[in-house]
Design a protein around this ligand. Structure first.
Ligand SMILES: *[C@@H]1O[C@H](CO)[C@@H](O)[C@H](O)[C@H]1NC(C)=O
Length: 184
């Protein structure tokens, strides 16, 4: 009981300090092609250095409007870090692209790249639609988890992010991160 209170207090303190009780590190980033055509290109995105920062560039070959493009996010968890991945329940089914960016990019990625230097991808807000065509750079980015949920599974988490148009897969990428308790 005492320990529970100490843990809760520690979590609250971290949260006030803008720190999560966990640390996320990048493990792997792998692009994949579409079924018959590829309209989103993540081939030039890599993890670099000891910290495996995300670096490189990605391209959207055309503007992607909300009616024609969708994105899905499948999530898998390997709690023991052994690569035995099980599907998680919080998948994002195929969702209109602008909604997906407003909900998920803004929460999970944008805080890591919003200093105006790490990417030339536009700041996503309420009116960002369509998602614009272009080649965008990302300079040595580590995840800032300030807006991530407090409750996330520990271990390895794999996200498969797929872009669709007309129901067809037009490319995407697989990202694996490791989530560990923050050591004080
Ligand atoms: C990081 O990405 C840029 C392109 O955006 C590239 O020029 C640079 O060589 C990359 N750095 C490393 C260490 O791969």
């Amino acid at each position: 009981m005492k320990w529970a209170i100490v843990l809760i207090v520690a979590q609250v303190v971290h949260h006030i300090a803008g720190e999560q009780a966990y640390v996320v590190s990048n493990e792997q980033l792998e692009p994949f092609e579409g079924d018959s055509e590829t309209l989103v290109i993540f081939d030039n995105l890599k993890t670099i250095g000891r910290e495996r920062a995300i670096n490189g560039s990605f391209s959207f070959l055309g503007d992607m409007n909300n009616d024609d493009f969708k994105v899905s996010v499948e999530l898998y968890s390997s709690p023991n870090n052994d690569g035995d991945f099980k599907r998680m329940v919080f998948d994002v089914p195929q969702t209109s692209i602008c909604e997906c960016f407003k909900k998920f990019y803004v929460q999970f990625v944008q805080p890591s790249v919003s200093d105006g230097e790490t990417t030339n991808f536009p700041l996503v807000g309420e009116d960002t639609c369509p998602i614009p065509q272009g080649e965008y750079y990302i300079k040595s980015v580590l995840f800032n988890t300030q807006d991530w949920p407090e409750q996330v599974p520990r271990g390895m988490v794999k996200a498969i992010i797929t872009f669709f148009t007309g129901g067809k897969n037009v490319g995407g990428f697989i990202m694996v991160v490791k989530i560990e308790d923050r050591q004080n």
